[in-house]
Design a protein. Structure first.
Length: 330
């Protein structure tokens, strides 16, 4: 299965949600080799959270990322899972001792027999870690990966489109000096995906999720490491509860969504705020404090003007010279 289809499967399934059903006791890690034209190893991890089965699939030696899958099982020992609207499907049965899932894997135009064995700690193909679901709100649980270690806590937060497992090969390097964890934010992987609304996915809500995990695990002043969009969680926590953490490490995470500064500004955010305040002015009731609304609007307009003037000054510095025929551009 191509990297393109695997990434597409992830994005589509995150948008559509993960349908889950109850069934046999198949919780655990299952691994097997798909004997296709180019054999590849596959791991399926099944967890239980909020009385539901949640599952993810990993292509060993191709990517550390976990891709969500749909799991179905019934009382007749049948079990099936699929990804990307049935682009790849396993349709099989679970053995009486519940240690083997065997039958047919269909994907990419091929249909082959494959056996998935329940993995043990000794023969697991994955990085040594413990995975658990931590409830942070009613019917909202987050996947927490514990890579081990005995030092002070170090917590990794992934970028947009990834789960904590994107750090499976990187995070263990810190085990000699830290106790290392990773958290998969809501809406990704096997973590819960509450309906999108103005509250469920705002930066402070995501930050509160992290703080809830920290409290439940009993972590004392951890260092948080965030990649890309995780900068918004870092800044939310650091600006509101600096005493709760020992430090913040931004890995390519210093964009305006991470921490807006009026001194620097951001024309996109400033323009949206101007529009919001203008809407407030136009829809204000007769008893509204129009003086304050106008003052806020003028203040925000000044920030937007400052940013636009900076863009204009930068444009004046750019000189575009005509390219004559025969000129080589390097």
């Amino acid at each position: 299965m191509s990297l393109y289809f695997r990434k597409l499967a992830l994005s589509l399934l995150m948008l559509s949600g993960l349908p889950i059903s109850h069934g046999q006791d198949i919780v655990g890690q299952w691994q097997g080799t798909v004997q296709a034209a180019s054999p590849y190893r596959v791991v399926v991890k099944v967890l239980k959270s909020d009385d539901q089965l949640r599952a993810a699939i990993i292509w060993i030696n191709q990517s550390p990322e976990y891709y969500p899958v749909k799991i179905i099982s019934d009382s007749n020992q049948k079990v099936a899972f699929s990804i990307f609207a049935d682009y790849a499907v396993f349709d099989g049965r679970i053995s009486g001792d519940r240690d083997l899932m065997s039958r047919t894997w269909t994907g990419g135009g091929e249909s082959v027999k494959v056996d998935f064995h329940r993995a043990t700690t000794e023969d697991s193909w994955l990085a040594k870690s413990t995975v658990r679901m931590v409830a942070v709100a009613p019917r909202v649980s987050l996947e927490v990966v514990d890579w081990g270690g005995n030092g002070p806590p170090l917590v990794f937060l992934s970028g947009l489109g990834n789960t904590a497992h994107i750090f499976d090969t990187f995070a263990p390097k810190f085990i000699p000096e830290y106790h290392v964890f990773g958290i998969t934010r809501r809406g990704y992987g096997v973590s819960s995906s509450p309906a999108p609304d103005p509250v469920n996915y705002r930066a402070d809500q995501l930050g509160d999720d992290i703080l809830k995990v920290i409290d439940i695990l009993g972590l004392k002043k951890p260092v948080l490491v965030g990649h890309s969009i995780a900068g918004e969680e870092l800044s939310s926590i650091g600006s509101r509860y600096p005493a709760r953490i020992a430090g913040l490490i931004y890995l390519d995470a210093g964009y305006p969504f991470a921490l807006y500064s009026a001194d620097v500004g951001d024309t996109r955010l400033d323009a949206k705020e101007v529009q919001r305040q203008l809407d407030t002015y136009l829809s204000a009731s007769p008893g509204a404090d129009r003086r304050r609304i106008v003052a806020d609007l003028l203040s925000q307009l000044a920030l937007l003007q400052k940013g636009l003037e900076l863009i204009r000054s930068m444009m004046h510095c750019i000189q575009i010279a005509p390219v004559s025929s025969g000129t080589t551009l390097l």
